[in-house]
Design a protein around this ligand. Structure first.
Ligand SMILES: [Fe+2]
Length: 415
């Protein structure tokens, strides 16, 4: 989370902060450009949000925590919007029920765009005079909006997947790599290592403090599990073999009738942001739950890495390299990627506080800490993660049954 200690000289860097702020705000609008008001209003299921809601909620975040709290005499664009677009901040009062976000046909997409423009103008005027604490909240707001850009793409994929017309969000660029490296395992470090974000630079509160932890002898796979390998798991009866599954996972498979990754269709095709296409066997598998990732690992004679193994493995990799989001458009996991990008990777680690964890001060203290129950950590970045957003210490988290995000896996083994 954006604490004041993350910026050595906020005043000197306020112009680059401003550039990054407005580049981020523009990307959100670009992401919405191909959508009709109806496309942007649908909520495909309770955990996913309408595209319009993402555009509005990220605006509410800046209007509330920066403009209302730090700009004297600021008047909200519409006082009623706080009720509609507060996500989960108890300190900010009552809010519209999450599963009913898709009922909001008003404000229109155009009115949300107008609100965004007004808030952006107010931010632009305010930045030169804002105190450091408010500049830190802008940094947090940028990172928050980037998270919602990824959610936006995953949620619009879920929205279009509901439509038998199978609309494409945009055209997928042609593939540039068609092969996969052979799967190999490489021994990681063992003994005492340090994980977590260092004191300087932006990081969310849940990545801190950096601390020591112990790694047992282990090995990490050189790449993620592919669609081709997942087809072998299916052909071998993976989804019909209860001994491969956690008890809760097996209940989930039975109850939900799960037999393949979320967007796989019959005849070897999958639904993507570019519409339906043939499954790319060499690409990393995506849209699998923690339960599926765990069962696949057991079937492979391996296991999922724990968070510290993954983070130590990735510590020297450049998080800005790989298949990540650079501009608005359709994205899909591709063959041949590096450590970051394509898909998030499930770990076997519960999402819990690090020793000495302290939530950020103020209302934004609700950002991460209160979700530390019943979820697993995912590491890395996906094809829908805005480039520059992730790092080795980053802790994404979802409940074990979630699979509408770009979620995949890398195997690990005891050595
Ligand atoms: Fe949010």
């Amino acid at each position: 989370m954006a604490r004041a200690d993350s910026v050595t000289d906020p005043r000197a860097s306020s112009s680059s902060l401003s550039e990054r702020l407005f580049a981020t705000r523009s990307l959100s609008l670009d992401l919405a450009a191909p959508l009709s008001d109806a496309d942007a209003t649908v909520q495909p299921f309770p955990d996913a949000s309408p595209a319009k809601w993402h555009l509005a909620h990220t605006t509410w975040f800046f209007e509330t925590f920066v403009l209302r709290d730090h700009v004297p005499h600021y008047r909200a664009y519409d006082d009623r919007f706080a009720y509609l677009f507060n996500s989960y901040y108890e300190a900010e009062g009552e809010r519209h029920a999450r599963p009913r976000r898709g009922m909001l046909t008003r404000p229109s997409l155009d009115e949300v765009r107008e609100w965004r423009a007004r808030v952006d103008e107010a931010l632009d005027r305010a930045i030169p005079t804002l105190p450091d604490t408010a500049l830190d909240l802008i940094e947090l707001g940028i990172n928050h909006e980037q998270q919602h850009q990824e959610l936006f793409l995953a949620d619009i994929l879920a929205t279009f997947a509901e439509n038998p017309l199978e609309p494409a969000y945009a055209k997928l660029p042609p593939a540039t790599c068609f092969s996969t490296e052979p799967l190999t395992f490489h021994e990681g470090r063992n003994g005492i290592v340090e994980i977590g974000a260092p004191g300087e630079g932006f990081a969310f509160d849940n990545e801190r403090p950096r601390h020591r932890t112990f790694l047992h002898p282990h090995a990490m796979a050189n790449r993620r599990v592919t669609n081709g390998e997942w087809r072998e798991f299916i052909a071998d009866g993976g989804y019909r073999t209860p001994t491969l599954w956690l008890s809760e996972g097996w209940d989930w498979v039975q109850r939900e009738g799960v037999a393949a990754p979320l967007y796989w269709r019959d005849e070897g095709t999958e639904f993507t942001l570019g519409g339906r296409r043939e499954i790319d066997k060499a690409a990393p598998v995506a849209h699998v739950s923690y339960y599926e990732a765990d069962a696949f690992a057991r079937w492979s004679g391996a296991r999922l890495p724990i968070e510290a193994e993954w983070e130590d493995f990735a510590a020297s990799a450049d998080p800005n390299i790989g298949n990540q989001l650079d501009a608005a458009g359709a994205v899909v996991p591709r063959p041949g990627g590096g450590v970051f990008g394509d898909t998030w990777e499930w770990t076997a680690s519960a999402y819990l506080a690090y020793p000495g964890f302290a939530p950020a001060e103020g209302a934004v203290g609700e950002y991460n800490g209160k979700f530390m129950c019943g979820q697993f950590v995912l590491k890395g970045a996906s094809c829908a993660t805005p480039r520059g957003h992730s790092r080795a210490s980053y802790r994404n988290f979802f409940p074990p049954a979630a699979r509408w995000q770009f979620t995949g896996l890398r195997l690990a083994k005891d050595a």
